[in-house]
Design a protein around this ligand. Structure first.
Ligand code: RB5
Length: 142
């Protein structure tokens, strides 16, 4: 189960991602928002990170206009490693090296086609478990 949320800047892309993942048989817990009415991204970042820290979901996706506000909000939460990605290389690397558990996307930055590829890359890539990466991630938690 993937936790997914957005603000008004990301609602259309979030809906596309949910459709895309459900077509692939991947269930989403969609915490909103659900309309293009202006709202506050930290509210939705918190809903998604709560689902991850409570272990109801292993990973999450957050979409706003740039992906930046969502990543700043999500990274304030202990145990959350959120990465804004605008390309597949970064999506793969942040999972392999940082064991990122939240992917942030900027709906005003990437087109839908690229965003869906980034989502697939992120979800299909596993953490490398490399000793140096484990050590560095442990340092982030101290
Ligand atoms: C909303 O206009 C915009 O500021 C928001 O979606 C996001 O880009 C913030 O980082």
């Amino acid at each position: 189960m993937i936790a997914i949320g957005c603000d008004h800047g990301g609602v259309e892309l979030k809906d596309e991602i949910v459709k895309h993942l459900e077509k692939k048989g991947i269930e989403c817990k969609d915490v909103g928002c659900y309309t293009s009415e202006s709202c506050d991204y930290p509210v939705y970042a918190k809903k998604v990170t709560d689902l991850i820290t409570s272990k109801e979901c292993k990973e999450g996706i957050l979409v706003c206009g740039t992906g930046i506000g969502m990543s700043i909000a999500a990274n304030k939460v202990k145990g959350i490693r959120a990465a804004v990605c605008g390309d597949c290389f970064s999506a793969q690397a942040t999972k392999e090296h940082n064991n990122a558990n939240v992917l942030c996307l900027g709906a005003r930055v990437v087109g839908t086609g690229l965003a869906l590829k980034i989502v697939d890359t992120f979800l299909e890539t596993e953490f490398s478990n490399g000793e140096r990466h484990v050590r560095r991630i442990d340092m982030l938690e101290q």
